[in-house]
Design a binder for this molecule. Sequence first.
Ligand code: ATP
Length: 224
Amino acid sequence: MNSFSVRNVNQIYGEGTAKVHVLHDVNFEAEPGTLSLIMGPSGSGKSTFLTIIGGLLTPTSGHVEVNGVDYAKRSKKERDQMRLDAIGFVLQTYHLLPYLTVADQFKLVDKVKPEGNLSARALDDVLETLDIKSLMHKFPNELSGGQQQRVAIARALYPDPSIILADEPTAALDSARVTVVAKLLKDLAVKHHKSVIVVTHDTRLINAADHVYEMTDGYLTKQS
Ligand SMILES: Nc1ncnc2c1ncn2[C@@H]1O[C@H](COP(=O)(O)OP(=O)(O)OP(=O)(O)O)[C@@H](O)[C@H]1O
C-alpha cells in the first residue's frame, strides 16, 4: 500500500480577477521506506501541496488518499484523527508554544495523544541525535532559530507517525546540522519504514533522497 496517492489535484485560490491557479493536475505517490524531496522556486506551490497532502486544506479538485483512505470520504473529525494518528508535521513556523518549556511541549503531546508515542528511551535517542537534550527546561524565546527547528523536528517525531511532512526543515541549520537531520530523516524512512516527504530549497538533502520532484509554476514533475 502507498502511504500517499495524489491524483489530478488542482488548487485555485481566490475568485474573479484575483483567481490564482496554484496547482495543476498534480499526481504523486510516496511509499513507506522512502524519502521524497519536493524542490522548486519560491511561490511555485510547494507549501500548498504539503498542506493539501497533510489534510489541512481540501483541494479545489482531485483526490488524496492516505494509507488507502480518501480524505474526501471522511468527516472533518475523522480527518483530524487520521492526521493525529498518522502524520508528523515539521512546519516553517515552528509552532512551539511560547509559554511552555521544551519538556512541556512533549508533555502536551501526551495529553492530546496519550498512547503510541515514543518510549522515553527512544525520545532520548532523538534528543541526543539532535543535540537538544540540554534544552529541556528552556522556553522557545531562549532558543536560537536552529535549536527551535530541531525541537520542532523532535516534537513531530514523538507521536511516532507513519508519515512525516516537513516544510524547509533545515532552513535555519548550519551544514553539520543539515547532515545530522538528513541522516535522521533517511533513517526514519529506511530503518523505521516511514514515508518522509520534505519540501526544500536545500540541495544538501538531495544525496539522502530516494526520489526528487520539481515543482514549477504549480506543475509537479519527477526528476529521479
Ligand atoms: N491562502 C492563499 N490565498 C491566495 N493565494 C495564496 C494562498 N496561499 C498561497 N497563495 C499563493 O499561491 C502561490 C504558491 O504559494 P506556496 O506558498 O504554495 O509556494 P511555495 O512554493 O511553498 O513558496 P515558498 O518556497 O516561498 O514557501 C503563491 O503565488 C502564493 O502567493
